[in-house]
Design a protein around this ligand. Structure first.
Ligand code: NAD
Length: 289
């Protein structure tokens, strides 16, 4: 049987008109503030993708870039200003932050009504509880939407999630539980990764290690969702897209031969994450929180 490529770009594109309609239905043009500390090239690239998408759906963005050495107090003041500004409807603090800053305190300073990333303690409690009115972090939401688009149900399935970060792993684990999946969680201390991945119907990997999941980790008929984004030089890996410098955590070519469906990198979870971030913004604008 032919392997289905879970195409995040095509899925995103098919959903954009609906999101544009929701933006147009608002009585104002939503504005997303993106706060960047320093000038990490990866952060700049991710912010660029968000800006392009904002433009595509008719949302304004305000990119606030500070020096790397900004103090905790100065950064908190910027967030307070954004919270108080009625012309700003969503706030993102681009992670990671330099180590001299207290990430939790910074994130928790965001007004939950503008918390597009859903990482404040207020938002985390809501999605952890699986509340209807929760805003779900964008990567988890994007994966759910992508699987739905391909009619791949989580309900009752055995899902192995690899990775347990607050940004990706934990929201994905929680989302799967809330969708009634039976979830196994693997991480850097897991002893026999292949045993845990092979026993699943769906494997979601969010680690950041190219080639972590190989043919020996998968079996026929599984669905593989690769969240990883890794920059590599062409020769290093058996790269699936000629000339591409981004790869996931999965050895795509070898794994795709065995499984029933798989996300590519790039073009899988990444585009869905950006889409879902703006769904979150529109949800906040329509009073979700
Ligand atoms: P992180 O470094 O915070 O977490 C990595 C997780 O992987 C940890 O929980 C760790 O325990 C686990 N891990 C490390 N080595 C392992 C191993 N050998 N076996 C099993 N588990 C192991 O990273 P993160 O922020 O969660 O991001 C993970 C990946 O997802 C990165 O490549 C990141 O770039 C990517 N990402 C992609 C998107 C997207 O939209 N596609 C969004 C966010 C992050």
């Amino acid at each position: 049987m032919k392997t289905i490529i879970l195409d995040g770009k095509a899925t995103r594109d098919s959903l954009i008109p609906g999101l544009v309609e929701r933006v147009k239905a608002l009585s104002y043009v939503p504005t997303l503030a993106i706060i960047q500390v320093g000038d990490r090239p990866d952060s700049t690239a991710f912010i660029g993708a968000k800006k392009r998408f904002a433009q595509r759906i008719g949302v304004k963005e305000k990119h606030i870039q500070t020096t790397e050495s900004i103090s905790q107090g100065e950064l908190l003041d910027i967030i307070k200003e954004c919270n108080a500004d009625g012309g700003i409807h969503g706030i993102i603090v681009q992670l990671p932050l330099p180590i001299h800053l207290d990430r939790d305190a910074i994130i928790n300073a965001i007004d939950p009504k503008k918390d597009v990333d859903a990482l404040t303690a207020f938002s985390v409690k809501r999605w952890y509880e699986g509340r209807e009115d929760a805003i779900l972090p964008a990567t988890a939401r994007g994966i759910r939407t992508l699987l739905e688009a391909y009619k791949i149900e989580l309900f009752g399935k055995k899902v192995t999630v690899i990775g347990r970060s607050m940004l990706v792993g934990k929201p994905v684990i929680t989302m799967c539980l809330n969708e009634e999946a039976t979830v196994t969680v693997c991480h850097s201390k897991t002893k026999d990764l292949a045993k845990e991945t092979k026993s699943a119907d769906i494997v979601i990997v969010a680690v950041g290690k190219p080639g972590l999941i190989t043919a020996k980790h998968v079996k026929k008929g599984q669905v593989i969702v690769d969240v990883g984004i890794n920059k590599v030089t062409g020769e290093k890996l058996d790269d699936e897209i000629e000339g591409a410098r981004l790869v996931g955590d999965v050895d795509f070519k070898k794994v795709a031969k065995k499984v029933s469906a798989i996300t590519p990198v790039p073009g899988g979870v990444g585009p869905m994450t950006v889409y879902s971030l703006f769904e979150n913004l529109v949800d906040l604008c329509t009073g979700r929180v």
